[in-house]
Design a protein around this ligand. Structure first.
Ligand code: PLP
Length: 295
């Protein structure tokens, strides 16, 4: 599995700045963004055992779903090419083409087959026409849900914990950006305390989504829903300024969809004295830099 030139374990980087010293909290960043330039942090973690299953059980390939800017599609396309596994992407929006976004261009270049489906149909994707045509009739394709969050994603994500805690104590909190909540679920599955900063608006439903995984029952979830900046993919000047300043201080690139919001929320909570003095916070950089806005 590790023939792909992946940087594992990914580095751990401690943030040094006065704000953290004043608040007496230690922030460590798990640099999963450095795992691979194309296979973004948590998407590698979630795909690892799915790819292994497709290989070991003789599947003809993997079919999955996403939008025109999906980090998941982007990562799977590269991984499929590198592993020699056929990949099929079902994309939301029948008005789109393989040239509609840099992400879709990349997927096409990597050899992913793209199918563009009308939005109403996409909503029923797992039951819909494309699913039956692609999976049942045509060939044995392994179905991986949108965002890559399935039962096989959890043990892959949990390996972050093994890497972070090798030779050090259990952090008080893992902090992670949340879209589907699969990454948070993987960390919770090991009984850790997990703060999930939602990248989308009205994210209270994520609590139930995450609780659907029985494995998560042992961990403690702190779901932060106030740092969405207007909704999924939305941002404003304040967020972009935060990202720029963070990058200048720490030489860690962030993007505006997930990790920028996560670090913004984390720093805001630290400023407000949310964390007990002496806390160790393990912020997981989940990657996604392919979608970074060019400023
Ligand atoms: C997909 C993604 C997430 C969201 O992960 P979930 O497991 O869906 O919650 C977070 N950060 C980045 C960079 C992502 O690409």
């Amino acid at each position: 599995m590790n023939s792909f030139d992946l940087k594992l374990p990914s580095p751990l980087q401690e943030l040094q700045e006065a704000l953290l010293a004043d608040a007496s909290v230690q922030v460590l960043v798990k640099r999963d963004d450095l795992i691979h330039p194309e296979i973004s942090g948590n998407k590698w973690r979630k795909l690892k055992y799915n790819i292994a299953k497709a290989r070991n059980e003789g599947y003809a390939g993997i079919v999955t779903f996403g939008g025109a800017y999906s980090n998941h599609l982007f990562a799977l396309a590269s991984l499929g090419r590198m592993a020699g596994i056929r990949t099929v992407g079902v994309v939301r929006g029948d008005e789109l083409t393989p040239a509609s976004s840099p992400t879709l261009k990349h997927c096409t270049e990597q050899g992913m087959e793209l199918h563009f489906v009308e939005r109403g149909e996409y909503r029923n994707k797992e039951k819909g026409v494309y699913f039956s045509k692609l999976v049942t009739q045509e060939a044995r394709l392994l179905l991986v849900p949108e965002g890559g969050s399935n039962a096989l994603a959890l043990p892959g994500v949990a390996e972050i914990i093994d890497e972070c805690e090798a030779g050090r104590k259990v952090p008080d909190w893992y902090v992670v950006a949340a879209g589907t909540g699969g990454t948070a679920a993987g960390l919770l599955s090991r009984g850790r305390n997990v703060m999930a900063v939602a990248a989308l608006k009205g994210a209270d439903f994520l609590r139930d989504e995450i609780a659907k995984w029985p494995e998560t029952a042992t961990g403690t979830l702190d779901l932060q829903t106030a740092y969405h900046f207007g909704g999924y993919g939305k941002y404003n000047a304040e967020l972009l300024t935060f990202i720029k300043q963070f990058e200048d201080r720490h030489q860690i690139p962030l993007e505006q969809v997930y990790t920028g919001k996560m670090f913004y929320g984390l720093f805001d909570l630290i400023k407000r004295g949310y964390f007990a003095k002496g806390s160790t916070l393990m912020a997981v950089h989940t990657g996604g830099l392919q979608g970074k806005l060019k400023l």
